[in-house]
Design a protein around this ligand. Structure first.
Ligand SMILES: *Cc1c(COP(=O)(O)O)cnc(C)c1O
Length: 405
């Protein structure tokens, strides 16, 4: 029998990396501890975190309210089975439907599952109301998850040949092109699914007029409009939900990432008229389980109490202003985004060099493509953190410019 070392040394941990299935190119460092805007590795190096657990740690690392909610709930009831209601499930359902302007919620553990649920509900809608229509229109460059159906919904070009055959029933159209979307509608279409701001695709906001047009197309044909707000929801864009910027309301909203503040949790919200699943048609072992519900409730209450969506809006404005100033002396181009979901472009190939140099200097940044830097810090970020981040990133960009040439 192999024993895990009681006090794991850095050497032992490094050796243990060979046990992890290769699915990602990870840097050598090993994360150990987090607090607020910072995370520490096993060598004691401290990093200012502008990746934020991949737009997840909205309250920062290990926030008190989450620690307490999880500890209290763990001492009361960890899991009750999906066959029963539980108390935090009902408390959280009531609050989340109220603040989102929706009527009904289904909980799961990952964003992909929430989107699977939305896809199933749209197909059910097609079966009940649209003569069996099942096709869903999604956008080129979109990201909707990593289950087989959500990968099929995703509009990433280089995923096309992966894991064939894909799930049938998705049509991809170019972003912000209403005519192209209109042309893709046929008798088989049951829904349109979009991210209000494409996140993984490199931070591309959808135009207000485009969203308005999508709503009209859906109304015209009785189709559902699905907003994948897994990245944009829970205050990220400066409002609690990105749809609130648009002046229209979707039929389904999916949430993930920030909703659990780091605890695995996701949700699909919809309106009473789409309460269409028959018992047994959708579910899951961990759906609405008490620990996750307690975490979600604590995170939502803290977001509201501290008005962190307003902070996201204010800090986002500050960040864009400072980036714009810096663009006169650095090769920063196409600054874009909303709230604290922001990106800018650098010369091709420079972005991963910059994120690597930043890591050495104690700053975590994300490069979703070789020419793009994305910023998605916790919503508790302050101007001083942004100043510190930009000072380090500016040094890194100057250094990288000499590498890349
Ligand atoms: C992250 C993300 C997903 C997938 O969520 P997982 O929790 O990784 O399954 C889906 N849609 C969007 C917009 C996302 O950003």
């Amino acid at each position: 029998m192999i024993h895990v070392q009681e006090v794991a040394t850095v050497d032992w941990l490094n050796e243990a990396k060979k046990n992890v299935l290769s699915t990602a190119v990870r840097p050598e460092i090993i994360m150990e501890r987090g607090e607020g805007m910072h995370i520490w590795d096993t060598c004691g190096n401290k990093y200012l975190d502008f990746v934020g657990g991949w737009a997840v740690n909205c309250l920062g690392h290990s926030p008190q309210v989450l620690q307490q909610a999880l500890a209290n709930q763990a001492g009361t009831l960890v899991h009750a089975s999906p066959a029963y209601y539980n108390k935090p499930m009902l408390e959280f359902s009531a609050q989340l439907t109220e603040v989102s302007g929706m009527d009904r919620v289904f909980f799961a553990s990952s964003g992909s599952e929430a989107n699977e649920s939305a896809i199933k509900l749209a197909r059910k809608h097609g079966a009940v109301h649209l003569n069996g229509a099942y096709e869903i229109i999604t956008l080129q460059g979109s990201f909707h998850g990593r289950t087989l159906a959500t990968m099929s919904a995703t509009g990433k070009q280089h995923w096309k040949p992966l894991y064939a055959p894909k799930v049938d029933g998705f049509r991809h159209v170019p972003i912000n092109d209403l005519d192209a979307c209109f042309a893709a509608v046929n008798n088989n279409t049951c829904a349109i699914m979009v991210e209000p701001v494409q996140g993984e695709g490199g931070v591309h906001p959808l135009d207000e007029a485009y969203l308005y047009g999508l709503r009209k197309i859906c109304d015209m044909y009785g189709m559902l409009l699905i907003f994948d707000e897994i990245q944009t929801g829970m205050g990220r864009t400066g409002k609690l939900f990105a749809y609130e910027h648009s002046g229209i309301k979707p039929d389904i909203i999916t949430l993930g990432k920030g909703i659990g503040g780091g605890f695995p949790l996701s949700a699909m919200l919809t309106l009473e008229k789409h309460n269409l699943f028959q018992p047994g048609e959708q579910g899951g072992t961990y759906c609405a389980q008490p620990l996750a519900m307690a975490a979600g409730l604590a995170v939502l209450q803290e977001l509201l109490k501290r008005n962190l969506s307003a902070n996201a809006a204010a800090q986002g404005h500050y960040l864009i202003r400072r980036l714009t100033e810096l663009s006169s002396e650095l090769p920063i181009r196409n600054i874009r985004g909303q709230g604290l979901l922001i990106a800018f472009d650098l010369p091709e190939g420079m972005a991963p060099v910059v994120t690597g140099l930043c890591m050495d200097k104690g700053l975590l940044l994300n490069a979703p493509s070789p020419s793009t830097i994305r910023l998605m810090p916790p919503l508790i970020v302050k101007e001083a953190h942004i100043d510190e981040m930009l000072a380090i990133a500016s040094d890194a960009m100057n250094e990288a410019a000499s590498h890349v040439g």
